[in-house]
Design a protein around this ligand. Sequence first.
Ligand SMILES: NC(=O)c1ccc[n+]([C@@H]2O[C@H](COP(=O)([O-])OP(=O)(O)OC[C@H]3O[C@@H](n4cnc5c(N)ncnc54)[C@H](OP(=O)(O)O)[C@@H]3O)[C@@H](O)[C@H]2O)c1
Length: 282
Amino acid sequence: MPSRLDGKVSLVTGANSGIGYVIARELAGMGSEVVLVCRNQSKGEMASDEIKKATGNQSVELMIADLASLDSVRKLAQDFKQKHQKLHLLVNNAGLIIGRRVPTQDGLESTFQVNYLSHFLLTHLLLDALKASAPSRIVNVTSDAHFDGHMNFEDLQEENGYGAMKSYCQSKLAQVLFTYELAERLKETGVTVNCVHPGAVRTNWGDEAGALGVGIRIARPFMLSPEKGAETPVFVATSADLEGLSGKYFSKKKDTKSSKESYDEGERKKLWEVSVKLSGLQ
Ligand SMILES: NC(=O)c1ccc[n+]([C@@H]2O[C@H](COP(=O)([O-])OP(=O)(O)OC[C@H]3O[C@@H](n4cnc5c(N)ncnc54)[C@H](OP(=O)(O)O)[C@@H]3O)[C@@H](O)[C@H]2O)c1
């Protein structure tokens, strides 16, 4: 993918704030048509207006979806495909950490669903558009928090002992496992998929984390700016040097090693099967 993105279509989830906002703004600045996926209409409109003003690119479109609802994700994919035949870049960025266990309307734990499962579903529903646009890319924004993650298949939804950090780390590990399995399955399609750690970044991340959020707020002045945090995702999304490269974990713009568990092929396949069922794809 060239560093100018004229004629390309990109979709970024969680694009109204933090890292996702800067990713969307950078892509628009490079000439891409950008679809911002946000859960809140007014926040989304504000972000869209700001990006148009900052870049001069008027091809910035807002789509509303709540990733805590699988129906909302299905509707998002349907709406997108009604308007667009092509999708060159999908950035699965939206994410959160929550202080207490909040079940979604689908009966799943929110962190697992928002950070991972909804992106699993969205990616599947948009695969035909990505394949029709090849060479195209998928970028999953994960975290080095996945190093502390473990897939607890006995209790994936943390019904027996919820922990905000435990759930967050598991969801981020799930994104890495998903990236590696999808890369295998997309070989020869011209669609690549990689995941990135953006660094510790000063955003709204942690605002819903309860007691843990206090520590996160205290640490914010020492964290990276959202501009700096968006650098690796934008690099992985757009660098011509990475053409064809798939199934990698990036940190500080470098292809680097992820956790030992993330390379467990059996776990990868098990998570895939469970995810297909939980997301209603089968
Ligand atoms: N900040 C860090 O230090 C750090 C480190 C490693 C990885 N990350 C990852 O980076 C990604 C972006 O986070 P950020 O730091 O930029 O935090 P942020 O400023 O809180 O942005 C998160 C975005 O996700 C959206 N979102 C949350 N729940 C949603 C839902 N149910 N449906 C749709 N959108 C939803 C938020 O929308 P609202 O504004 O409406 O809440 C917001 O746009 C996340 O995946 C996070 O895990 C962050």
